[in-house]
Design a protein around this ligand. Structure first.
Ligand code: HEM
Length: 499
């Protein structure tokens, strides 16, 4: 019934809107422009129904019909979706000054996160300052080299946990174990603490983070019908307020304890990101305050843990489904590192097949399949079509990864395709841009590209794996579920056997 009232309400608004635009249009110059093709929108809701539960897949199908640049009306938001490397390059690199700002999902206005968090702030002095802080104080090669022992330690803890499961003959929930390791590596680098302690089970915090990803990623009526923002009809913003508050409280506690320690002990320094950032705050030379630090941690926490662990879970899934590829990856590890031995970050460059496995995983399962939404700063012609000012612009990385005109046998897991190829994921090869590109490229890329080979390599160099009882290769569930990242619909559980 509520739903019916809402639809009636929307139809009334639509009528009003059209009456007003008719009056306004009478005096307006008609702009000659060719908009991208796309499915015919329905009144009011436009093409919303076309998105379905897995928008990246629905949009890939639409690209088959209409081509590499399509336009949809999602409620009142004109959306352009690009699915070709050439056009992606135009948006992410060639004209990135026009397309660098984001469309802000209504829910991320919770706790003013849209004004304080790097993924959402517009290109501005604050944006440049935050990017500088990420690149200089957190993810520079120098900083990452200095704290690589922390990540090594966390991977060893992951191995110890898996060994315990192996001894007990128990299956490991790969995504959850990887999430704990990724997040602990990040939080140790950032504030010398384990986030995932036994008293703070991975499942619970993973749930908070996953809920945040779901809220930000799932279609929200308030985003498509701005008039509904005040009502927040699906309650997304209200729920996000609660989830974010939980994390902000945790960060506040950590920061207050550290500030107290610094007051008590004078020059004490843990040499972690928190100390560096508190130095910057005290220095007052750059625009950084405690509130920004908390929101920065929130982004690192949310953007860093889930993306990395979901990618690892997909990589393990593909290796278990393709035993000959698993054997080949293990053979390389046994030869270069030694069977059952520890892997260090310095070894990664000597493991081309392991790197190829990860690239192939990014191609088939980009965990942020539509990147983060951009918006067009002006009417701009791309590929012969006008992208209107203010339109939402999505890059369908998933569609490009499965495009048979770009990749042979696109649905097959063939890491070999990357051996001897220059194609990399660092934002220069637009057929494979799982981290985005241009000035908004993912700043966590250097960390993810250290963590992933380290974790995946360790899991398969030290253990053999078999699927849980009752699961057979051919029947493995390969479905996605969509938040802002794509996770496996069914968690991968596999039984480790020490090598
Ligand atoms: C497998 C791992 C990861 C993937 C696939 C991934 C992917 C992405 C993508 C696609 C974007 C949007 C880029 C664009 O609009 O062009 C992004 C942005 C971002 N990522 Fe990542 N990411 C990963 C790991 C991380 C990690 C480890 C961190 C931090 C610890 C991180 C922090 C961020 C932040 C802060 C942004 C916003 C940047 C901006 O808007 O300027 N990500 N990421």
């Amino acid at each position: 019934m509520d739903y019916l009232v809402l639809i009636l309400y929307l139809y009334l608004l639509w009528g009003l809107f059209h009456a007003l635009s008719f009056v306004a249009d009478r005096g307006r110059r008609v702009r000659p422009s060719k908009l991208p093709p796309g499915p015919r929108p329905l009144p009011i809701i436009g093409n919303l129904l076309e998105l379905g539960d897995l928008p990246h897949k629905s949009l890939a199908k639409l690209a088959h019909t209409y081509g590499p640049i399509i336009k949809l009306e999602l409620g009142f938001v004109t959306t352009v979706v690009v699915s070709s490397p050439m056009l992606a390059k135009e948006i992410l690199q060639t004209h990135d000054a026009v397309f660098s700002n984001r469309i802000i999902p209504h829910c991320v206005t919770a706790h003013d996160h849209d004004k304080l968090g790097l993924p959402w702030v517009p290109v501005s002095p604050l944006f440049r300052n935050l990017r500088k802080i990420y690149n200089l104080h957190i993810f520079s090669s120098k900083k990452l080299d200095l704290n690589q022992h922390l990540r090594g330690k966390k991977v060893q803890e992951l191995v110890a946990f898996v060994r315990k499961c192996a001894n007990a003959g128990e299956a490991v929930n790969i995504g959850e174990a990887a999430f704990r390791a990724s997040l602990n590596a990040i939080t140790n680098t950032v504030f010398s603490l384990d986030m995932m302690e036994p008293s703070n089970p991975a499942g619970e915090l993973k749930e908070v983070v996953w809920q945040i990803m779901i809220e930000v990623g799932k279609p929200n009526l308030a985003d498509y019908f701005p008039v509904l923002k005040k009502i927040d009809p699906q309650g997304s913003k209200r729920r996000l307020e609660v989830h974010i508050q939980k994390l902000l409280n945790f960060f506040d506690d950590v920061i207050q304890r550290r500030l107290q320690l610094r007051t008590e002990n004078g020059s004490v320094n843990c040499n972690d990101v928190l100390d560096n950032l508190l130095d910057v705050v005290e220095d007052k030379n750059e625009t950084l305050d405690i509130s920004l630090v908390k929101h920065l941690f929130l982004d690192i926490f949310v953007a860093g843990g889930e993306t990395t662990s979901s990618t690892l879970e997909w990589a393990m899934t593909e290796l278990l489904r393709n035993p000959e590829k698993l054997s080949r990856t293990q053979a390389e590890l046994h030869q270069v590192i030694g069977k059952g031995k520890k892997i260090g970050e310095a070894d990664i460059s000597r493991l081309p097949y392991l790197q190829a496995v990860l690239k192939e995983t990014f191609r088939l399962h980009p965990v942020v399949p539509l990147l983060l939404p951009r918006t067009s700063g002006e009417d701009f012609v791309i590929g012969g079509f006008t992208i209107p000012k203010g339109a939402q612009v999505l890059i369908n990385v998933f569609a490009m990864g499965r495009d048979p005109s770009i990749w042979d046998d696109p649905d097959k897991f063939l890491p070999e395709r990357f051996l001897g190829s220059d194609i990399d994921v660092r934002g220069q090869n637009f057929e494979l841009v799982p981290f985005g590109g241009g000035r908004r490229i993912c700043p966590g890329l250097p960390l993810a590209m250290r963590m992933l080979p380290l974790m995946l390599g360790s899991l398969i160099n030290i253990f053999n794996w078999k699927l849980e009882d009752g699961v057979i290769l051919e029947n493995m569930n390969m479905e996605d579920k969509f938040g802002i990242t794509v996770q496996r619909a069914q968690s991968l559980k596999a039984v480790p056997i020490p090598i």
